[in-house]
Ligand binder design. Sequence first.
Ligand SMILES: NC(=O)C1=CN([C@@H]2O[C@H](COP(=O)(O)OP(=O)(O)OC[C@H]3O[C@@H](n4cnc5c(N)ncnc54)[C@H](OP(=O)(O)O)[C@@H]3O)[C@@H](O)[C@H]2O)C=CC1
Ligand SMILES: CC(C)(CO)C(=O)C(=O)O
Length: 311
Amino acid sequence: MMEWTILGAGALGCVIAGQLHQKGEQVGFMLSERHRGHFHPKLDLITLSGSHQLINSQPRFPEHSRKVECLLVFTKAYNVLDALKELRHLPKSTPVILFNNGMGLTEQVKALLPDNPLLAGVCNHGAMKEQDWLVRHTGKGETWLGPLNEAGKAWAHLVKPLAAALGHTEWGDDIALHQRRKLAVNAVMNPLTACNNISNGQLLEPRFSEVLEQLTDEVYQVIARLDGNDAETKEAYRRRLHQVIEQTATNSSSMQQDLACGRKTEIDYISGYMLTHADGLPVPVSQQLYDEIKKREDSMQRPAPGAKRQA
Ligand SMILES: NC(=O)C1=CN([C@@H]2O[C@H](COP(=O)(O)OP(=O)(O)OC[C@H]3O[C@@H](n4cnc5c(N)ncnc54)[C@H](OP(=O)(O)O)[C@@H]3O)[C@@H](O)[C@H]2O)C=CC1
Ligand SMILES: CC(C)(CO)C(=O)C(=O)O
């Protein structure tokens, strides 16, 4: 039986691993260096119904990459390239599926792994890491899988076991279209909630109505131009965005959580991607939010004035 190797044992990677495991699939975790030499307890997954599921997974490190049969990448976008570079022995025939949010990595991953079948997954499940090896499944949504290169097209059959484990999962020949649909939601919700330190649902308060409207228009123009004939109508996009805001009203966006906890955000792959592809379209609100988040990220990395340097 093929083993699914999860690179990135964080919130989403653990939830997907848990769901695959529950369906009898074999799952292993390719771990970062900080786990080396540590005891690996069973993964404790809190399911949507609140029950605990204990999962016995196989810990792996880059020297085991020769044996990887199918790699699912669940690191943050800014860690994808470095994490893949560590897997020097990854067979050229192993399919690699990128599940990160945001866009802009495809060409670099193609250059790094020119022979491997490459795919992208667009996953709308929700996951939260409560601590190492304790992860909560917070929401169910549809998943799309599609090819990023020619060799990736031969792996459409992976949809079947993924659908059995994750629920609604479909193959999309034009996976970039589905990535942009998700980006269009993230490029509004993530920077606005992060900059204002609010929950997703607070975006619907009257004080944000003007900025929400302006940002929605900017993002729509850029994404619709990239989508060409496949663009959704502005009304359909607005409805979809408001549906996500309402369905996740009590949640905090990933960017809000990252910024509030002093972690790096995925802004370069979300708003940064939008700005790079604006190509003359006016995007002042996106630019302002992008600049603000980069400024806060930079200030987090600088030691506070008067703080002692570590020897
Ligand atoms: N959480 C969610 O609900 C959703 C998340 N996404 C997207 O999925 C991606 C992952 O998100 P999420 O799970 O929340 O993020 P997390 O930060 O919880 O998980 C990322 C994991 O990647 C691991 N990692 C980083 N570098 C390496 C490396 N070199 N080798 C092995 N592992 C590495 C980290 O491991 P360690 O901590 O051990 O260093 C960390 O556990 C993001 O792009 C996110 O936007 C998409 C949909 C929903
Ligand atoms: C849709 C949204 C904003 C839900 O929180 C998300 O995907 C994120 O937080 O990154």
